[in-house]
Design a binder for this molecule. Sequence first.
Ligand code: ADP
Ligand code: MG
Length: 235
Amino acid sequence: MLVIEGLKSYYGKIMALKGISFNVKEGEIISIIGSNGAGKTTTLRVISGLLRDIEGNISFMGKSIVKFKPYEIAKLGIIHVPEGRGVFPNLTVYENLEIGGYTIKDKKRVKSNIEKVYEIFPRLLERRYQKAGTLSGGEQQMLAIGRGLIAEPKILLLDEPSLGLAPIVVKEIFKVIKKINREDKVTILLVEQNAKISMEISERTYVLETGLVVKEGISSQLINDDFVKKAYLGL
Ligand SMILES: Nc1ncnc2c1ncn2[C@@H]1O[C@H](COP(=O)(O)OP(=O)(O)O)[C@@H](O)[C@H]1O
Ligand SMILES: [Mg+2]
């Protein structure tokens, strides 16, 4: 579904991605794990069209998207849930969700998608008139994912959904991510520093270190790999 080949990305003279290749098949949950500065966020920003000083190729459903604008990429169903949630603090939960539907002309469909998100995250329904900035970190993450779902993603790009959340909240959020994948058939590309939980939830994992994929494999096998255990699981 999504194929990345020899991808390099530059910030001025600095090369943040040094030629990475990976793929995501329809229906999968794929995780990219890596520590701070590895290039996880850069990878997602390149895929969603926000960074364009790049080399290599990105194709989605068989078609190269490297020349596409962020809006066009979102319209294809590639929806990015950014690091740090990116919710609008002064808007209500409902207004934030409405913004998620910006690529959809039919506003009735946006309304019905918002209803579906309330079913997935009942907490957002309870708090629909509350300003997003007053939500807890976990609720803001739910809102960020919910807003992504309004846009009817084929693939959801999730940037560190566990960041800054208590373990119990992380568990709750990851349970929902799995459910969205299974029941709503949304393919997921997850980037995370939390190696354990992302390998537990995903089919396959790529390990990113300073802009290079240094290891890849079936998550259930990688989780027992000596290198991964030592470097990422503290074992
Ligand atoms: N806007 C930027 N300008 C210059 N360098 C950047 C910028 N954003 C990120 N970088 C650098 O690119 C590398 C990868 O960063 P990033 O993709 O944010 O990593 P991660 O998300 O894995 O923590 C880091 O060395 C970081 O310092
Ligand atoms: Mg990041």
